[in-house]
Design a protein around this ligand. Structure first.
Ligand code: SF4
Length: 477
């Protein structure tokens, strides 16, 4: 397997990569959080409600600089999908009744209005992400309405990043042109696997030609970054079939690739009950596929961004990674500054002024709150000082793959080495397995460790260390 290049801060070195064996995958691939936040969303509490969230919003405009503070990111959740993919673990509503979206958009209008009322200003926005479900379940007219509602309420920066998740089965080049006209400049395409047998087994059939047509049309339309999702470990997948998918992906040359590992949790996610465990590739096959994928992507010029994300060297995510400016939010890795994120829509999660919040998970609850003129927040968390220090540590590991003990001690006015002596000692066995190097100055995750970085970060997760029931999480690999 060829090595994946991981740029390092000046003066640090990484150990040579050991082999990614099935034994290591079994040992290190235990279920764990993906750390899109710390504390993770399953630690949010109902004691944090709409009033707390409203106060966090109001404080944003009241601080020094008021509405001129760092621009916001917006996430908008569209929960509807026309058909079910059997591997799905998302919060979605499967329906062919497109008129259901009309009521949803009215509720979104109310939610946006309540935000503006609480913010007391028209804040700047540097990033919008439409996710789901399937945002392209909405008609062009509905999407235009959503964008104009947001543009009226918020002041979008001229170069704002506007991303939309696209189900290739619902979009053609003419539709892409209309998305570009609305201002979308980033696309995220759900591909998973091109093999027809695998696609049938997961109930998501979309030909290579269909995706190729979209990607070729997208470039001249001005989409400046195209990312694709692939899933490793799907039913009927073999090393040979996945190898063919990788060849096809190389031909398409997306800017970013997310290579997720399928987590089979049928007791938690009902659609997965249609997947027979016997149809899944074995751990050894999965390890071989992953090894091959890493080699192929590295040879094709993709840099390993972190965990399961890869990007071409010129992509803004890879540039941010090299410059130590990578961040992580609920949409995964981002090159945007570590600022406030407002989550809109059913089940959406946000972070404002350091506080996390999550909206109601069912449409009924979400609609009810908004009918009463209340922000639909049902859970959240105001972090303690301990949470904030650990958040900085977890994110430094997840985004930079490094910990600088002195810099952290200076920033948080505590002696990190003694305050986290137990956690640092717990890293020693990981160092012995070649996953990181550890000395008096800090921690540096190795190339191999980069695949298990969430397991490494979890050593500092106070909540997880106190909780042995981890079955609700997906496996690391
Ligand atoms: S995987 Fe995506 S498109 Fe498929 S059912 Fe789930 S949310 Fe919908």
């Amino acid at each position: 397997m060829s090595a994946v290049t991981i740029p390092l801060a000046a003066g640090r070195t990484r150990a040579a990569p050991p082999v990614l064996s099935p034994e290591l995958l079994a040992r290190m691939g235990a279920p764990g959080p993906r750390y899109t936040s710390y504390p993770t969303a399953d630690r949010f509490v109902e004691a944090f409600g709409p009033d707390d969230y409203r106060r966090a919003l109001a404080a944003r405009s009241a601080g020094p600089g008021g509405a001129a503070v760092q621009p916001l990111s917006l996430y908008l959740h569209i929960p509807f999908c026309e058909s079910i993919c059997y591997y799905c673990a998302c919060n979605k509503i499967v329906t062919r009744q497109h008129d259901r979206a009309a009521e949803y958009l009215l509720a979104l209008d109310r939610e946006v209005a309540l935000h503006i009322e609480a913010l007391g200003a028209r804040p700047r926005v540097s990033q919008l992400h439409l996710g789901g479900g399937s945002p392209t379940f909405l008609s062009d007219l509905q999407l235009a309405r959503v964008v104009s509602t947001l543009r009226r309420a918020f002041s979008f920066e001229a170069d704002a990043e506007m991303a939309i998740e696209v189900d290739p089965r619902t979009v053609d080049p003419a539709r892409l042109e209309r998305l570009a006209a609305l201002g979308f400049n980033r696309l995220s395409l759900g591909i998973q696997d091109f093999d027809p047998q695998v696609q049938r087994a997961v109930h998501r059939e979309q030909g290579f030609g269909q995706v190729e047509l979209l990607m070729r049309a997208a470039r001249p339309l001005g989409f400046r970054s195209i990312s694709v999702d692939l899933i490793l470990g799907l039913p009927q997948q073999t090393a040979a079939s996945f190898g063919r998918t990788l060849e096809q992906i190389q031909a398409l040359r997306p800017d970013r690739i997310a290579l997720y590992s399928y987590a089979h949790l049928p007791e938690r996610f009902k659609p997965q009950r249609r997947i027979a465990a016997t149809a899944l590739p074995t751990a050894a096959t999965k390890a071989a596929m992953l090894g091959e994928a890493i080699a192929v992507l590295a040879a094709a010029g993709y840099e390993h961004i972190g965990m399961d994300h890869f990007a071409l060297a010129g992509d803004s995510l890879a540039v941010a990674r090299r410059r130590g400016r990578l961040n992580r939010n609920f949409q995964g890795y981002t090159d945007q500054p570590d600022g406030d994120l407002i989550g809109l829509g059913v089940s959406a999660i946000g972070r404002v002024g350091g506080c996390y919040s999550q909206n109601a998970k069912t449409l009924d609850e979400y609609y009810d709150a908004l009918r009463q003129g209340v922000l639909p927040v049902v859970r959240g968390l105001a972090p303690t000082r301990d949470d904030l220090v650990r958040r900085a540590i977890v994110m430094a590991l997840m985004c930079q793959g490094e910990l600088d003990f002195q810099a952290l001690s200076d920033a948080y006015l505590i002696d990190i080495r003694s305050a986290f002596a137990a956690e640092i000692a717990a890293l020693q066995p990981l160092a012995e397995q070649g996953l990181l190097s550890l000395d008096r100055d800090g921690v540096c995750v190795s190339e191999l460790g980069w695949f298990f970085v969430r397991s490494i970060a979890s050593v500092f997760d106070r909540y997880l260390q106190a909780d042995t029931a981890r079955a609700r999480y997906s496996r690391v690999l």
